[in-house]
Ligand binder design. Structure first.
Ligand code: HEC
Length: 409
């Protein structure tokens, strides 16, 4: 029952792009956390530091700087439902999706890093809107796309033909760079593998939970996400799966990318639409929002500031002034200092709003001072936010800000 419900939620996400509101006026800076849904994450640089990366959105392809600022690359590409990069040719991207509610894009290609796009195939009468694509790193002329069925192209995306699909709705596809003809399909009923280029499929992991994503690295490791279990990996040549992380609580990863310049660095999109980052090969995840401040040194500085200035009201480790009584009020009838950890709703606000509250205080309650008048700088406030967010679990990080409405069910 739970599995079926998840399948529906995952499916609903594929449709969300069309309902997304337009990005704000061009001159206003836009940040990744303001974009409701990303479809496809592509690392653009190859250094070991996190550089600029690209994502597909309802507003076409955008580039994202490490501080989260978003630049729209093309306003003509369409509503993208997937974004993949050619494994060897720099700047070559493929995508699919919708031009309008009723018109599908087919397969589109960019040769200049996402600035200009041309339709290279309808892929099927209709044309098609793939929600997942994969390119064979061993032979990049071979590509796979998933709509209702899995399709294959052997001429760099110009012509496509359907192949057999596993016996469950397919969410994602990956192709092995190491073993010829080996495909993986992440489905509503588990992860499947084919050793004969899609002629026959068997379960690749014994658990038949919904699997929204699958990725194969160039060295042959297979990553998948199994709903309710977490992020799993199978080593090249290996038979057994290892749990990389189960910190995702009731959330699911719907997209996943490994930085080719630093395989310990990974980005993922959660079912809430939030983008999360791992710097340790997928074990620990932080929100991409505020990631530049999320260093051990800043968290430690934030903790010192918190213990000195805030703990007296907001409690040890931010548990709140009266942890057992969330509705408690002071003698003036005003609410007590709320928890800063997961238990209240500090996480309903984006980073900037928390920073503003710290610097400017509360207009409703004089007990919460404007700390900019009491010796704290913006930099201090950023450290405090880094510390406060280190107290949050994955769910609060994934549900931060306007996304909290999606986490109320
Ligand atoms: C004297 C008690 C007191 C101290 C000290 C204090 N606060 Fe507060 N804080 C409050 C109260 C009370 C509120 C609730 C304000 C309201 O209801 O508008 C609050 C609200 C907040 C909020 C908004 C929470 C939300 O969910 O919207 C943040 C963020 C916050 N405080 C951070 C801090 C930080 C960081 C410090 C230390 C620099 C600090 N506070 C120090 C009493 C305090």
């Amino acid at each position: 029952m739970k599995n079926n419900k998840t399948g529906l939620v995952l499916l609903a996400m594929f449709g969300l792009c069309l309902a997304a509101p337009p990005l704000a006026a061009a001159q206003e800076a836009i940040y990744l956390h303001q974009i409701p849904v990303v479809r496809g994450i592509v690392f653009a640089g190859s250094g070991s530091e996190l550089g600029t990366f690209l994502v597909g959105t309802a507003q076409g392809p955008v580039s994202v700087a490490p501080d989260g600022q978003v630049k729209r690359l093309s306003d003509k590409a369409g509503v993208l439902s997937v974004l993949v990069a050619h494994p060897t040719a720099p700047g070559v991207l493929f995508s699919s999706g919708y031009r309008s509610k009723s018109e599908k894009l087919g397969v589109i290609r960019s040769d200049d890093g996402g600035r200009t796009w041309a339709r290279i195939s309808r892929a099927a009468a209709g044309p098609v809107a793939f929600h997942a694509m994969a390119i064979d790193a061993a032979d990049p002329a071979v590509m796979y796309g998933v709509a209702e069925a899995i399709h294959v192209s052997r001429d760099s995306g110009k012509t496509w033909a359907p192949i057999n699909s596993p016996p469950a709705q397919v969410f994602d596809i990956a192709v092995s760079a190491k073993t010829p003809k080996t495909l993986y399909a992440a489905t509503r009923e588990g992860l499947f593998r084919s050793l004969d280029d899609g002629v026959s499929w068997v379960l690749a992991h014994p658990d038949k939970r919904p699997a929204p994503i699958v990725r194969v690295t160039e060295d042959g490791r297979v990553f998948t996400f199994l709903y309710g279990l977490g992020l799993m990996v199978r080593e090249a040549q290996g038979l057994n799966w290892t749990l990389v992380s189960d910190q995702f609580a009731d959330r699911a990863l719907l997209d996943f990318a490994i930085d080719p310049g630093n395989p310990q660095q990974m980005l993922a999109a959660v079912d809430t639409g939030a983008v999360v980052l791992s710097r340790d090969g997928g074990k620990n995840w932080i929100s991409f929002e505020g990631q530049l401040d999320r260093t051990p040194a800043r968290v430690a500085a934030g903790e010192r500031l918190f213990n000195k200035n805030c703990q007296a009201c907001h409690g040890t480790k931010g548990i709140g002034e009266k942890p057992g009584e969330p509705g408690a009020r002071d003698e003036d009838g005003l609410p007590l200092a709320p928890a800063m950890d997961d238990s209240a709703h500090a996480w309903h606000h984006p980073d900037e709003q928390i920073i503003a509250t710290i610097l400017n205080g509360s207009s409703r309650n004089p007990r919460m001072l404007a700390w900019k008048n009491h010796g704290l700088t913006r930099d201090d406030a950023q450290s405090l936010v880094a510390y406060i967010k280190s107290l949050w679990n994955f769910r609060s990080l994934a549900c931060q800000g306007s996304r909290h409405m999606r986490c109320m069910h």
